[in-house]
Ligand binder design. Structure first.
Ligand code: PSU
Ligand code: MN
Length: 313
């Protein structure tokens, strides 16, 4: 992946000029579109996330691998190319192989963070991050670690991730322990409880609550003023009118994980399998929450990007 960055990256003109002029940019991942949400809701959500960022006077930059290059800022045609069963799900470590193979690849949080850091984009929005998967799924997988690369990349990339916490199917308490060990600040936006994606209730605390985007942006700027600082996790609870009760979510998660064990699904396929199982089992209820929270996080990402003190430098 070394060599000429201009050849490697294809940056959309509006993203390039915003970056050059220090105007706010919000990076978006594309695995949520390609693997996380079903068609055609995925395209509706992608469009709504772009609109939400623009309404905050920031420029959206969805990332993906297309035709051997890393695209930053996808238009509708670019997004449409991701909706294909052969589309790769790229974590940070898959970017090099995907570029070299010339395939179409959607980026997870970890890949989008690696790309954002390379271009100096400070704010990124998604639905919910990956984390440590539960270890008690089935006798065969007991004790085997499945840790999303999202956590490691959060530790490295100086980018703030706006999300509704980590996905409900994970071991959330230990995911928070890993974030602490990695030195990643976990901030609550208008909440003290760590959100669990489909529900605002996890029973676990965030580090610190912020009620105003400007104050939160100030804390981020201070975090990054220390040499070596990596990312931060900003937790935005799912919109109240869509959020589900925690016990309902837990029942859906348990059923979905059981089905995943029975079908012997593991690795990168696990998260998409579980999300889709839950959407079907809940007759679309989880899908509605997932869509609403992703759009709300894009909106908050735009607001924070706009409030960042160094965005005019
Ligand atoms: N947020 C969503 N839906 C998703 C994801 C995030 O609302 O599908 C994706 C992100 O791309 C995240 C990935 O990085 O799920 C985590 O996958 P894994 O656990 O395999 O690392
Ligand atoms: Mn994994």
């Amino acid at each position: 992946m070394a060599g000429n960055l201009n050849e490697l990256f294809q940056v959309a003109p509006d993203v390039a000029s915003a970056l050059a002029e220090g105007r706010p940019v919000v990076a978006l991942e594309s695995s949520i579109i390609a693997q996380g949400l079903p068609h055609p809701d995925n395209l509706t959500v992608a469009a709504a996330m772009h609109r939400a960022v623009r309404e905050r006077a920031a420029v959206p930059a969805m990332t993906a691998v297309v035709d051997g290059r890393i695209r930053v800022g996808l238009d509708e045609d670019g997004i449409a190319r991701l909706v294909h069963p052969d589309c790769w799900k790229c974590g940070a470590r898959d970017l090099g192989p995907a570029v070299a193979a010339g395939v179409v690849g959607a980026t997870t949080v970890s890949a989008a963070l690696r790309i954002s850091a390379a271009l100096g984009i400070r704010i990124f929005a998604t639905g919910g991050i990956g984390g440590l998967h539960r270890a008690d799924r089935a006798p065969g997988v007991l004790g085997r670690l499945d840790i999303s690369a999202d956590l490691m990349e959060l530790a490295r990339a100086p980018v703030a991730v706006v999300s509704s916490g980590a996905k409900s199917l994970l071991d959330l308490a230990n995911t928070l322990e890993i974030l602490e060990a990695l030195g990643v600040p976990v901030f609550g936006y208008r909440c003290l409880e760590f959100p669990a994606f489909y529900t605002a209730k996890s029973g676990l605390p965030v580090m610190r609550r912020f009620d105003e985007p400007q104050v939160l942006a100030g804390a981020l700027a201070a975090h990054w003023s220390l040499p070596g600082a990596g990312g931060a996790l900003i937790c935005n609870p799912p919109p109240a009118h869509e959020a589900m009760p925690a016990d309902e979510v837990e029942a859906l998660v348990v059923a979905a994980l059981k089905a995943a064990d029975a079908a012997e699904v593991s690795g990168g396929a696990l998260t998409p399998f579980v999300l889709s199982h839950m959407a079907t089992a809940s007759a679309g209820r989880t899908l509605a929450v997932n869509s609403a929270l992703a759009i709300a996080n894009a909106d908050l990402g735009g607001e924070i990007a706009d409030a960042l003190p160094d965005s005019a430098e």
